[in-house]
Design a protein. Sequence first.
Length: 62
Amino acid sequence: MLSAIYISGRVVVASSREDEYSYTGQPHSAFTDCLVEALQGKAAVNKDGYARILDIAIRFDL
């Protein structure tokens, strides 16, 4: 019998490092616009509408 594996955690996606400045635009920065698009499913590698963290990392070339 297979047991379920539950993994939880936290991922921080930021536009800059702690020692860098992050500039905003109107109404958002380019980073925020790209992140919102990615979370809306445009970053989904499998084209299933789900944006997984690795999909977002690929879109941002992290």
